[in-house]
Design a protein around this ligand. Sequence first.
Ligand code: TNX
Length: 497
Amino acid sequence: MLPGMTLPLVPWPSSVVEGGRPHRPGPGTRAEALARVLSDAVRIVSPGLAGELGEEGYALRVDAGGVHLRAAAEAGAFYAERTVAQLLTADADGPLVPAVEVRDVPRFRHRGVMLDVARRFHPVETVEALIERAADLKLNALHLHLTDDQGWRLELDSHPELAERGSSTGVGSGTGGRYSRGDFARIVAHAAAHHMTVIPEFDLPGHTHAIGLSHPELAAAPVLSEHVLEVVREHGGGEPTPGEPYTGMAVGFSSLRADAPGLETFLREVIGEIAELTPGPLLHFGGDEALGTSRADYARMVGLASRIVAETGKTPVAWHEAGAADTARGTIGQYWNFVVPEPGHAERARAFVERGGRLILSPADAIYLDMKYDAESPAGLVWANGPTSVRRSYEWEPAAVVPGVAEGGLLGVEAAIWTETIGGSETLERMVFPRIASASEAAWSGPLGSEQRTWQEFRARVAAMAPAWREQGIRFFRSPEIPWAEKRTADPGISVE
Ligand code: TNX
């Protein structure tokens, strides 16, 4: 790394001081060099450092003699290693790690990415790759949107019929798919190995058409609003029909029936089993876009679901509409409206904080990664204020989104990948990269506008990540907003493009 060049670090750390002779691990490919650097590193992991660094922070020093890292817990050491991996580069004399001193503590506890596997199924391998890449950017939560109108993707022992009947298709008729309990356990384990927890979501009371395929007694008749009919006209897929898999893209037409006699037992069994399969502390019960559910029924079902989740010992999470209902104290709200809230949304989001909970921020016009980048994007939607450039995904400040909810009311930040238009790993990668890097900095680094948290700094650092992303086989979108670097210099082990 030449002096004065931007260090290719995303998310940008709390403090970085450069200077001195680099560490040269000796010849070899990048992978060999990294393995050597990390195995030779001096690694101090001691709970005594928690006061200074928290559970996830670390201190890192690189000099000619090698790498020294300190952390209170394994998660912090893991993040120190991710930083070393991003720093590793090469010049004509071979691999090198520039001399730096880094002290780094995340801004927010929750740093997530959500993947919708209900609209279109994504196999375990795709999820595992997402986990690895998200963890490289120091994200620590994978939220899986497992159920929706178009599919029920998790096999349950208590209710095998849900996945059996509910997973045969997806948007655009696709092949469908589902995770066995073993698959889900594999995902959870892979996440844990990368210091990520899994948050399963069972979306209710809306987004439940797929449940009606095996439980017609629980499903209300679809409400075909003008909006739904318009989506049907524009995107096809036909009108949602009870008892038939839904393969279109309309939202908001389905609902569970609040007065169905078996509803509470069903919710207890399903939520209970999902909780049992999930070691992490959070369980999401949806609550969004139940446009065909009466207010009273919505409040009743959402309140019930939140209490059932809480009784399993998990902390309930819901989309912010559920702030209108009497959810269990401490329920976490996930805010999905815009960076500048439209009327009514901020109030609902604030209600979670007033009831002892906190907010996860997923502003749709910034970090809904299923939005088109520009008018030419082959995949993606535009409902959230039109196309979302990389710059727009970056330039927003978490503490400024919901008036009256400052830093302390925020659990964190989560990017969301809805998949109505996203099938296959290549399209997924192009929608996710580079904008996931924006979410990573909003979640980990300091407030927007602080010295290194400017668009100009960020675009240079993201540009510098391109060679590493190419080596990892990440098919990122070559946004014209970013001055992409072509290759790492003179690394014999790397072939570029
Ligand atoms: C909104 S905002 C949704 C999803 C869609 C997505 C598409 C929210 C919680 N739900 O049902 O898939 O837009 O961008």
